[in-house]
Ligand binder design. Structure first.
Ligand code: ZN
Length: 250
């Protein structure tokens, strides 16, 4: 029997048997861990809140054969404010789904864990709107996974940045007019949006609330970043369609 003591965030669960759940956890040191919370759906279970999505806590798990069983769990934050707000809930669910798509078992990723934790914290308690927080998450998420876009010069020929550049998802960054005429792809992107992307990539997450986006930047980043994430993860993300619709109503 092997014991694992770890911090974790619950990404998802699947109910099974009468009162159990299989939890999908993100841990800093081991990446994805699947663990059974026995009896957690009983009204008085001590695992009731530590088996809910978004829950951040300290977990003690023990390994039996190929899976883990939750033996102790203590809530650090359940991010109640996210559950109480439809928009926050939708963006946070998309963020959990995207994270789940990107992680594997036995592949620890401390920066990713901290990114998810601070993103949920700002969604719950910060003053920045949930859509902007989601865009910041997407860009930093891609950077952490090794898909940092080139936003300082032409990704193809290295030309210095000017206002006529476009953004190419499959090339992984900005293209100068000469290069995009040759490949004829790319999203229109204004200098304000490019500067915002540069700022986000350099920004400490503690400064999340300091970032203000114009309506145009918000519109351009929505198209570019949400598609960028799908392209580099190589799969669609559950709940993306839903947040695409919320954004359009604003
Ligand atoms: Zn070029």
């Amino acid at each position: 029997m092997r014991i694992l003591k770890t911090q974790a965030i619950v990404l998802r669960y699947a109910n099974f048997k009468e009162a159990d759940r299989m939890l999908t956890l993100l841990t800093p040191g081991m990446g994805r861990v699947d663990a059974i919370a026995r009896g957690c759906r009983k009204p008085k279970s001590r695992f009731l809140s530590t088996s809910e999505p978004f829950c951040y806590g300290d977990y003690v798990l023990y390994k039996v054969h190929n899976f883990y069983i939750v033996s102790q769990a203590e809530v650090k934050d359940i991010f109640f404010d996210i559950r109480e707000d439809v928009d926050k809930f939708a963006y946070a669910t998309y963020i959990l789904n995207a994270t789940e798509q990107a992680i594997n078992s036995n592949e620890g990723n401390y920066p990713l864990f901290h990114l998810l934790l601070s993103t949920l914290t700002y969604l719950a308690y910060g003053s920045t709107n949930p859509e902007d927080i989601t865009r910041i998450f997407e860009l930093k998420f891609m950077d952490i996974l090794g898909y940092r876009p080139q936003v300082y010069r032409c990704v193809s020929c290295g030309n210095d940045l000017d206002k006529n550049f476009k953004f190419s998802i499959d090339q992984g960054g900005l293209l100068c007019p000469r290069c995009y005429n040759r490949t004829s792809n790319g999203y229109t992107i204004q200098m304000g949006t490019i500067k915002t992307m540069q700022y986000i990539l350099e920004m400490d997450m503690k400064r999340m609330d300091s970032l203000k986006m114009s309506t145009n930047t918000r519109r351009e980043l929505k198209k570019i970043l949400s598609n960028y994430v799908v392209y580099y993860l190589g799969k669609n993300i559950k709940s993306k369609d839903f947040i695409d619709k919320i954004g359009d109503e604003c």
